[in-house]
Design a protein. Structure first.
Length: 149
């Protein structure tokens, strides 16, 4: 029932002209390794990230929900002293309200940044909903503890 209610709510946001047009779907597989400069600086050791998973982008023309990006990534962060695992999961949606306002919602867990829902006006950048930023700060502390001797 919950899935059906969500589907109906999403369908209500799509204008009749776009309702029959299927979204464009692009799935990108991720397998990257890089040094995270900000985490390296915060922890005082070189933090190398191996990121794997995928990102799927669904875009639609017209009004209502224009784009939905779903993220499912796993990061293994290593230093010469240890390792730390993180997940980047959630969905980002861009939609246009009936009055023309562009709303961007980022939902989920963004490593070292926040957990919850970050919502803002896409035109002005005005914050409409503040997530739990403290969760990101605590995760940095845990990562540094795991990456240091």
């Amino acid at each position: 029932i919950r899935a059906l209610a969500a589907l109906c709510a999403a369908a209500a946001l799509v204008p009749a002209s776009a309702a029959g047009v299927p979204p464009t779907i692009v799935r990108e597989d991720i397998d990257e390794t890089f040094v995270d400069e900000a985490l390296s600086e915060a922890c005082g050791v070189e933090a190398t990230v191996h990121l794997t998973g995928h990102i799927t982008t669904r875009t639609r023309e017209g009004g209502g929900v224009l784009e939905v990006i779903t993220v499912n990534l796993t990061g293994i962060i290593t230093s010469e002293f240890g390792s730390f695992r993180v997940k980047d999961v959630g969905s980002d949606a861009t939609r246009i309200t009936p009055d023309g306002q562009v709303i961007v919602s980022i939902r989920g867990q963004v490593p070292f940044f926040f957990k919850g829902v970050l919502k803002f006006d896409g035109d002005t950048g005005e914050l409409l909903n503040e997530p739990n930023f403290a969760a990101g700060e605590r995760q940095i502390e845990r990562a540094c503890a795991a990456l240091n001797p």
